[in-house]
Design a protein around this ligand. Structure first.
Ligand SMILES: C[S@@+](CC[C@H](N)C(=O)[O-])C[C@H]1O[C@@H](n2cnc3c(N)ncnc32)[C@H](O)[C@@H]1O
Length: 474
């Protein structure tokens, strides 16, 4: 069975996920796009991607992509998908999705139309008109952008950042996929000392240990597709055994994770225990600005940003303290923070910066990897970004924002093409819109309760964007 897959990623991680697929998964047909990576493969690919990708949010099967300007087009395009190949008669198939810059803008109505089309198709195949939906979950997602519909089947279930080791987290945990990405960007593979002096719940050190040990991140969890009848149980079992056989043994690692808060250190130790890597990490309680550091190796830090932990001024004093402690050190250093003035307080320009999103918060990864002699001090306000920020305040530029999201609230906001009137207003002006001729026509109309022979227990009208589908957590 040849399948087309789509992995949504946090913005900024697309290239890393594409590399994981190319080099780890040995795939050739891999395309990175804004906030997602597309690739093709078979059932084995589906299992491998779920179990091994460290930086993707989930693995979706792209079932169809077609233009639709009205409900009829959406209905017919959805009905054309061979649903009977994927969904058994008992399947529970909630539908969720989002619409942006499209004629079909009412997410709840699109959910109903898609559901009705699937019921029509499956009803004809199974010879029934009522679906109990009391079996395994087949989560359906749709995306409508610029009138182009995409229909997906979610194979992962819980997001892939949920590895199963972090039941508890501190106040501002870093998403596991982003922590793994930091380690990958630095190309740290366990050969030199590692230190995270702001470890919180320990995410970066745990991900680093798993990378160094070549331990698949998804070994400890389950997936929705594990229960699907068209993928043999033995395929999952074999893939797990194969992944276990690939774990490096006899490896000596020098990882240290510390935090000023003893409770955070205890939490990090506990999480590392759950992940099965506690024996590879030294945990310490220490103030990052005063502790001793190894002379060489790599430092990873996700210090407070002054948003949820500490106020801005205290966070910036911390950056100043880190600069005093480490700007002259040969340690390679990687700091992830949303503060655009980090370099000014640290005192030195980063050798490289990389824009990343921690949930909905736009951050930069400030990288110091060149020899100390090449480090350039910041006099006043040296960097382009800091200059621009000073001019415009700390507000990110519009172009910095992930599409369709509000920076402050993280909620979806409708975006419109430049110079175009907002669609709702245009629709009203032109006598269209949900309350006029744009409501579902009779053939598709009717609420689920009244006229459709199925129950949609979990339909989600929030319309989250699958290109950035997980809730912000920092
Ligand atoms: C953003 S959180 C780190 C989150 C962590 N990456 C995780 O995944 O859970 C920042 C951490 O810095 C710690 N911290 C604050 N000031 C510190 C200091 N002076 N020295 C060391 N740790 C400090 C806080 O206790 C908090 O756990």
């Amino acid at each position: 069975m040849n399948l087309e897959f789509c992995c949504p990623t946090l913005f900024g991680l697309e290239g890393i996920v594409a590399d994981e697929l190319r080099f780890g998964g040995k795939l050739t047909d891999v395309r990175a796009e804004n906030g997602r990576v597309l690739f093709t493969g078979d059932r084995g690919t589906l299992i491998w991607a779920n179990m091994h990708l460290r930086c993707a949010e989930r693995v979706l099967i792209r079932l169809a992509s077609f233009p639709a300007f009205d409900f009829e087009g959406l209905f017919e395009g959805t009905k054309a998908i061979p649903w009977e190949n994927f969904l058994p008669v008992s399947a529970s198939f909630p539908v969720k999705g989002h619409s942006l810059n499209s004629q079909l803008f009412s997410v709840p109505d699109c959910q109903k139309i898609i559901k009705k089309a699937i019921v029509d198709r499956l009803g004809a195949h199974y010879g029934i008109s009522w679906f109990e939906e009391d079996g395994d979950r087949y989560q359906i997602q749709f995306s409508i952008m610029h009138d182009q519909v995409e229909i997906f089947l979610d194979t992962s279930g819980a997001g892939l950042h949920k590895r199963g080791y972090r039941a508890n987290a501190n106040a501002a945990p870093l998403r596991e996929t982003l922590a793994a990405a930091m380690v990958k960007v630095a190309r740290w593979r366990g050969r030199d000392p590692f230190i995270d002096p702001f470890c919180g719940s320990g995410t970066i050190s745990i991900e680093a240990a798993m990378i160094a040990l070549n331990r698949a991140p998804g070994l400890m969890r389950t997936y929705d597709a594990e229960k699907w009848h068209w993928i043999a149980d033995t395929a999952w079992k074999d893939a797990r055994e194969q992944a276990i056989s690939e774990v490096r043994t006899g490896v000596e690692l020098d990882l240290c994770a510390s935090d000023i808060d003893p409770e955070a250190v205890a939490l990090a130790r506990d999480n590392a225990g759950k992940a099965g890597v506690a024996q590879f990490i030294r945990f310490e309680t220490a103030d990052a600005t005063r502790r001793a550091y190894p002379e060489a190796g790599t430092l990873f830090a996700n210090p407070p940003y002054g948003e949820r932990l500490l106020d801005k001024e205290s966070a910036q004093q911390l950056y100043r303290g880190m600069g005093r402690a480490l700007a002259k050190s040969d340690l390679r250093q990687y700091y992830l923070t949303s503060d655009p003035e980090f370099e000014r307080f640290y005192g030195y320009q980063a050798d490289k910066r990389r824009k990343l999103y921690n949930g909905m918060i736009r951050c930069d990864l400030y990288m110091y990897f060149k020899p100390v002699t090449e480090r350039r001090p910041v006099h006043g306000n040296p960097s382009g970004r800091a200059d621009a920020t000073a001019r415009r305040g700390t507000e990110p530029r519009r172009a910095d924002k992930p599409m369709g999201r509000n920076d402050q609230t993280g909620k979806r906001e409708r975006t419109f093409g430049e110079g175009k009137k907002p669609f709702a207003r245009r629709a009203q002006q032109e006598g269209r819109g949900e309350k006029s001729g744009f409501a579902p026509r009779d053939k598709y109309a009717g609420t689920q309760k009244k006229s459709t022979p199925y129950r949609d227990k979990t339909a989600n009208s929030k319309g989250r964007n699958p290109r950035n589908p997980e809730k912000p957590r920092t």
